[in-house]
Design a protein around this ligand. Structure first.
Ligand code: ZN
Length: 308
């Protein structure tokens, strides 16, 4: 069972599209935890959107979508890199009781304080190079509308998204009108016509239809009358970037006092990765070594600067 992202173009019309289907990766992401239905829908849709946008970007790095919520959902994170390797997680408030019918607004923007941030974190950053961050206003009823509004405002690109997710699958369709590159008027007219028609067809998609049909069926049902150029499919996968070393670095950042007090309390520190559920255990000796190693790194770094 492999996941698929299928890119296509409307021939000679300046409109491109992508379908994504995340089944295997989405189920792996949920294998270590169960989300309430309403959270599942939004996190799955966010994941489908992040794969669609990442594949569209040609950006060598990782796209991170984060929604900091002010309601029962404190945080949703989806990360997708240039090879379409994805991971996602959601943190709920301790006392959260979430009903199936609750909306995105109820979950993360109940008091108008929710924040949605998209970060583009480049690979092999140059010294001093910052990751790009865009604030996405939470001005829509669902993830698709919010991202469409953002793309229009920030990139001046007409983009339409249709997204759906349940416990088994997250699927989505993206259509985008390419910017006019000049050319004759009749060509521009036909591009606008193709765009309007494609959006109209997309709007006929029902939620259950997206959930219940694979990409080939959906593509045929919508666009069988159009001349499409279809590209080789891509294959998104679940991939977590956590390592014991990174968890160790996090403990180091907490500082000796904090770590020693945790060890004194329970004899060891157990950390579970929120994204993949992997367990990392540190006993008293492991923790002592973390801080010894830290001292050594600093010690060896010193002479270099003295020599200079
Ligand atoms: Zn992990």
């Amino acid at each position: 069972m492999t996941d698929t992202l299928q890119k296509f173009m409307f021939e000679h019309a300046g409109v491109r599209g992508e379908f994504v289907e995340l089944e295997n990766s989405w189920q792996q992401m949920q294998s270590h935890r169960q989300y309430p239905k309403a959270v599942q829908t939004i996190l799955g849709e966010l994941m489908a959107a992040s794969a669609l946008l990442s594949a569209n970007l040609k950006f060598d790095g990782t796209m991170i979508m984060q929604i900091h919520g002010d309601g029962p959902v404190k945080l949703m994170v989806v990360e997708c890199d240039a090879d379409l390797r994805l991971r996602a997680t959601a943190k709920l408030a301790d006392d959260a009781v979430i009903e199936d019918h609750e909306s995105l607004h109820d979950l993360v923007h109940a008091h108008g304080q929710g924040r949605f941030v998209i970060t583009l974190d480049p690979n092999n950053k140059m010294p001093g190079q910052q990751a790009y961050q865009g604030i996405v206003p939470l001005d829509g009823e669902d993830i698709a509308t919010i991202i469409e509004n953002y793309m229009l405002r920030s990139e001046q690109l007409d983009t339409k998204l249709w997204l759906a997710a349940d416990s088994k699958v997250a699927r989505g369709l993206l259509l985008q009108k390419l910017p006019d590159t000049g050319g004759n008027v009749s060509h521009t007219d036909s591009a606008a016509e193709t765009w309007d028609h494609a959006v109209l067809l997309g709007d006929t998609l029902k939620h259950e239809e997206i959930l219940g049909n694979d990409i080939a069926t959906l593509m045929h049902r919508l666009f069988w009358e159009q001349t499409l150029r279809v590209f080789d499919p891509l294959h998104p996968v679940f991939h977590c970037t956590c390592t014991r070393e990174k968890v160790g670095d996090m403990l180091k950042m907490l500082g000796t006092a904090e770590v020693e007090s945790a060890i004194a309390d329970s004899g060891r520190i157990d950390i579970h990765c929120d994204f993949c559920g992997k367990h990392y255990g540190f006993d008293a000796i492991d923790c002592a070594q973390l801080f010894v190693a830290n001292t050594l790194t600093e010690g060896t770094a010193m002479p270099a600067s003295i020599k200079h």
